[in-house]
Write a protein that binds this ligand. Sequence first.
Ligand SMILES: C[S@@+](CC[C@H](N)C(=O)[O-])C[C@H]1O[C@@H](n2cnc3c(N)ncnc32)[C@H](O)[C@@H]1O
Length: 217
Amino acid sequence: MNLETYLTLDGSKTLYSKKFQEHYHSKNGAFTESQHIFIDLGFKFIEKPKINILEIGYGTGLNAIMTYKTNEKNPKKVLYHGIEKFPITNETFKDMGYIEYFNLTAQESIMFSKDWDKSLKISQNFKLLKQNVDFLNFIPKINYDLIYFDAFSPDTQAEMWTYEQLQKIINRLSVNGVFVTYCSRGDLKRNLRSLGMDLKRFSGPPGKRHIVRAIKH
Ligand SMILES: C[S@@+](CC[C@H](N)C(=O)[O-])C[C@H]1O[C@@H](n2cnc3c(N)ncnc32)[C@H](O)[C@@H]1O
């Protein structure tokens, strides 16, 4: 098995990829990291009534599930488009414990983990498209308001973080659109600035000194 479940310090599970030798989330807390970076600094920051989200690296679906659950409390019309080259199996999805923790219905669990390459209506306010494609070959066709960039780290997969790969998605970001990621390396920040993004620094989740939120001007 290439993937192993791993218990993080906040009690939530993540995956460890033997192929990439990297965890899917912070070992200090998968839920805590996802909440802080993607939900609090990303999703909650967007004030529009309709939000198109692009996620690079759909993985376990945790960011998608947390976005869905957050949206249910104060609904906006969300279109969530996740990109993933290596979808996990349904068995692995069940092993994560997210179904129980987030109290997902059988129907919701199926939609977050199966039925790739179809537009799925999870609720009146939340549409999900999980696209099984290599990000390097992905060509965005619509505009987005928010990008969750959750690829493996630049040390592991430098090809995902190149100027050209970032450019192709940032070109599709609306004005005032937001790009969030867990990485705060200098070369990423330089690339984002030269692509017309304003950067702001925030404290990171446990174990990470700071992260950046980038806004398109
Ligand atoms: C850090 S993990 C993402 C964690 C995920 N957001 C979650 O909440 O579980 C990185 C993901 O990128 C995927 N990935 C690796 N190479 C890729 C590629 N070339 N194109 C698309 N996805 C890729 C991996 O399979 C993995 O699911």
